[in-house]
Design a protein around this ligand. Sequence first.
Ligand code: NAP
Length: 431
Amino acid sequence: MDKVNVGLIGLGTVGSGVAKMLLSRRQFLARKAGIPLSLRRVSVRHSRRSRVGVDPRLITGSPREILQDPDIHVVVELMGGIHPAKEIVLQAIAAGKSVVTANKALLAHHGEELFRAAAKKGVDLYFEASVAAGIPIIKSLRESLIGNDIEVLYGILNGTTNFILTEMSRGDGRSFKSALKEAQARGYAEKNPSLDLRGIDTAHKMAVLALLAFGKTVRPDQIFVEGIQDITANDVRYAHDFGCTIKLLGIAKRDGDELEMRVHPTLLPNNHLLSSVNGVHNAVFVEGDLIGDLVLYGEGAGRFPTTSAVISDLVDVARNLKYGCTMRVPPPLPVKRIRRIKPMGQIEGRYYFRFSCIDRPGVLSRISRILGSHRISIASVLQKDRRREHIVPVVITSHEAKERDVQEALAEIDKLSMIRRKTVSIRMERG
Ligand code: NAP
């Protein structure tokens, strides 16, 4: 083989960055990969639209022209979505082509099927850009940390939500709505940011990481997910009073043969390595038995950080093709070690509660009695100034408690006549 021919499907934000690098850094990449990478064909949805920097003769409106071209060795899927991306990836594999994809939604829902197909056919399926874009977490888990037994993995994996929470924690106490507006004005949030805000995007990425870190196929619907849409500027401020910062965390923890999988806003102590990850940045924290604590930090989205990850995969695949050693790093497949996803009710942790009470004597003792009757002990209490309609926020943090006990206690407390709004609860993690 004297060169590796690449077929690119999708020429949007990421695809155009990848095309630009393949065309403008030909010699540079050939030197690094040890073999030239040649962009042979590009498939898009609207083939008549003019594309800057790409020879129109390379462009086609039909992915089939790539899938059926016997001279194309690698298909790079950058179209996004699940269908027809899934069918296209399966057809590429069936045709004996290696695949590079950035598609987290596709891998979260159908990763195991695609990895099995690639392993059966003996082709590479690489996916570094699918989680945290420029941060090399996939390669780290597949290769660098391979000798570690991983106990815990935390991720700040969504730049939009991290930007909003960072803006809300600035001195002027910005509201959620105003921070979201700012994110949209700067192009960090989509017009419909619901997948990001509700934590679904983070859950997709956690599903991909769970297979690598714990050898468990986790469907997105098996992950407990809560978004940041109900976090208020007051919660952010009170968290600061407790020496904490609120982050949307993806959390995966192994407990014997069970795996906790959850995504929710979390109070992190300010001495936690992830508490200072601000703005659109992403970070992943991994605790391995050999390596100890490890944090990878960087840009988790955007044209060039994502391009960096796709090019890294392409160079790996090209080297494997050159030396005839595809599957040198085999596709991740589940192992039988984890028996089940731990039910959310059994998860234990500390909690932050914000009760909205009417200003009346005895409120605190009623609340603490109910918490106590559900085996929840109080770590600290913060009573804030009276607000509108004589409502006083009472903020309490708990010691370790079971999620099921917490939910039962809150249901009981929220029925009290002195409680005026649904109680806000936010889970806490240790430093
Ligand atoms: P995008 O800007 O929306 O671009 C999508 C591209 O795919 C467009 O060029 C579109 O063609 C093409 N396309 C759509 N349907 C097609 C079809 N049926 N056949 C052929 N081409 C088709 O998307 P993106 O932001 O680059 O994202 C691509 C992938 O990277 C997604 O899986 C995304 O999750 C992932 N990713 C993105 C980022 C990021 O920062 N953007 C970061 C990490 C991972 P037209 O140009 O003709 O519309």
